[in-house]
Design a binder for this molecule. Structure first.
Ligand SMILES: [Zn+2]
Length: 321
């Protein structure tokens, strides 16, 4: 299945032995040999033998240099995402420790309002810098992606970064307006929902860049160099499944605990849960699952960093023999 993602096939001119390459999509069409002029049909798959004369490099030197620069910017952008995530998680943990989780869920920072406003401001600055750095990084990778016929995926990733940032801002609106969940107007709630969807669309769209990394690695790297991409995809899928399982499990347990400990507190339909009534073991469970998911998230972040490094290394110019 992954083989279908590789775009180039290499073959030799049967007349003079010159190396040639063509797009897999062009299989069956006719190409002219640049050396002897012979007309050759592009094969559906790679020829297993070495050609007498090597063909032109898959990615031109200028595109390699631009790509390396782009990858360095993307590594920086990725690190900023991790810093931003860590800051937010730390702020929530601090908030919960100072005021208790019910206050966090009610968006009530109490006397710590100024401190948390400073954290939000830092968060939004990091968001702006991170999006700008990634935008530039993807732009610089376009020439290299063009050589492996994946420029559309880079453009998709670039605009997805903008979409993700915009969605994040929209979803933050009630927090920044410091309105409590009960006081938030339906209009703002709808705005936040659109923000969530926009953010999700941006997040999914940016995953398209993995096609580019895979193609560059199979084209330029040694055998097996694209394995980190597959590993990253597997871990990300694992994280998404674990996170959804954890969230539903926690919600179910909290409701059961609320029923058992304080039956009178069990909310009627459409009434928000009274989190103040959740017993301590409920919060221990929430904390345990948060630690598990944070660790999982950091492993996935480290793996993506590895993918970026691997692609950057594959974009080194070939050593002259
Ligand atoms: Zn030829």
């Amino acid at each position: 299945m992954l083989d279908a993602l590789s775009v180039l096939v290499r073959f030799c001119c049967p007349n003079c032995g010159a190396g040639m390459k063509g797009s897999r999509a062009d299989g069956g069409s006719v190409q002219t040999c640049r050396r002897c002029g012979e007309s050759i049909r592009v094969p559906g798959r790679q020829h297993p033998f070495e050609c007498d004369v090597p063909d032109s490099p898959a990615v031109p030197p200028q595109a390699l240099a631009g790509g390396r620069e782009g990858l360095r910017l993307l590594s920086l952008g990725h690190s900023l995402v991790v810093v931003q995530g860590t800051l937010i998680v730390a702020a929530y943990v601090l908030w919960a420790a100072l005021e208790g989780l019910p206050q966090v869920l009610d968006r009530d920072p109490g006397p710590w309002r100024t401190l948390f406003l400073a954290v939000w401001a830092t968060d939004l600055i990091l968001l702006a810098v991170q999006s700008g750095v990634k935008w530039l990084g993807y732009q610089k990778c376009e020439a290299a992606a063009f050589a492996v016929e994946s420029v559309g995926w880079v453009t998709l990733a670039r605009f997805s970064v903008l979409l993700r940032g915009l969605g994040y801002l929209m979803a933050c609106a009630p927090w920044l307006m410091a309105s409590t969940p009960d006081a938030t107007s339906p209009l703002v709630k709808a705005f936040v929902q659109i923000g969530h969807v926009t953010w999700m669309a941006g997040l999914l769209g940016e995953f398209g860049i993995l096609v580019v990394w895979y193609r560059l690695l199979t084209e330029l790297g040694d055998a097996g160099s694209s394995a980190p991409v597959a590993r990253f995809v597997a871990w990300t899928a694992g994280l998404v499944l674990t996170a959804s399982a954890c969230v539903s499990l926690t919600a179910m347990t909290l409701i059961i605990l609320l029923r058992r400990v304080a039956p009178a507190e069990t909310p009627a339909q459409g009434v928000r849960l009274n989190f103040a009534a959740v017993p301590v073991e409920g919060w221990v469970m929430v904390a345990g699952l948060s630690v598990l998911l944070t660790t999982f998230g950091l492993v996935v972040a480290a793996q993506y960093w590895g993918v970026l490094k691997r692609v950057e290394r594959s974009l080194q110019p070939a050593p002259r023999s």
